[in-house]
Design a protein around this ligand. Structure first.
Ligand SMILES: Cc1cc2nc3c(=O)[nH]c(=O)nc-3n(C[C@H](O)[C@H](O)[C@H](O)COP(=O)(O)O)c2cc1C
Length: 199
């Protein structure tokens, strides 16, 4: 995807970008090109990282058939988890039971931020990289969404082997990215809960 100059999103400062980011769950069929994905990865690796370990590693999946298969692999695991935790009353079970539901919302690109499980801050580093990536995506007019519901499937040995995630790495933060097919409404937030402010 390379946006023509007249379709480029208006530039936003960082605060405007933070406010403009949404979890996008509807995508146009456009594919992202390698340069765009590289730009997002460059933003990801600029995140702060405990003891400068830079533990992150990336797996990019740009094959809709593979993503559909992965979604179909993930849904039974999610249903099993709902049953185990006796959460079978809500609409979530219906959604995951729907054969047409794609947990990746039909996006064409999944970026999985992975790391070797070593040390207490590895996952924190990956999530900071994830937010950098999503803000960068928003800044260049792309939508993104964390797909936490894919983590269990991504960490099965058969999916790791299929996607090329080495056994010693764990999938931490899976993020879909693509061209939004329309506007996404903003979600509400509670006021910051300030527990103490000592002066
Ligand atoms: C750790 C994590 C896991 C998430 N997993 C999913 C998911 O599996 N599917 C999905 O559609 N959205 C997922 N989301 C997106 C949240 O639903 C979304 O961030 C939240 O509703 C707030 O909306 P906003 O991001 O548009 O502000 C996840 C977000 C986080 C931080």
């Amino acid at each position: 995807m390379t946006l023509p100059a007249n379709e480029k999103p208006p530039e936003k400062n960082i605060f405007e970008t933070i406010l403009a980011r949404r979890s996008v769950r509807a995508y146009a069929p456009d594919e992202l090109d390698r340069n765009t994905v590289q730009t997002l990865l460059e933003a990801a690796v600029r995140a702060p990282t405990a003891i400068h370990e830079e533990p992150w590693a990336f797996v990019v999946v740009q094959n809709r058939q593979v993503l559909k298969q992965l979604s179909d692999r993930a849904k039974p695991l999610l249903i099993e988890r709902l049953h185990r935790s006796h959460q079978t009353g809500g609409h979530v079970l219906d959604t995951f039971s729907n054969p047409d539901f794609n947990i990746f919302h039909d996006a064409g690109t999944l970026i999985v931020i992975c790391a070797k499980p070593s040390g207490p801050f590895v996952e924190a580093d990956c999530w900071l990289a994830a937010e950098n990536l999503m803000l960068a995506a928003c800044a260049i007019g792309l939508g993104s969404c964390v797909i936490g519901s894919s983590v269990a499937a991504l960490n099965t040995s058969e999916v790791k082997a299929k996607l090329g995630i080495p056994a010693e790495f764990n999938a931490v933060a899976p993020i879909i990215v693509g061209v939004p097919s329309g506007e996404t409404a903003t979600t509400s937030r509670k006021e910051p809960l300030i527990l103490a402010w000592k002066q």
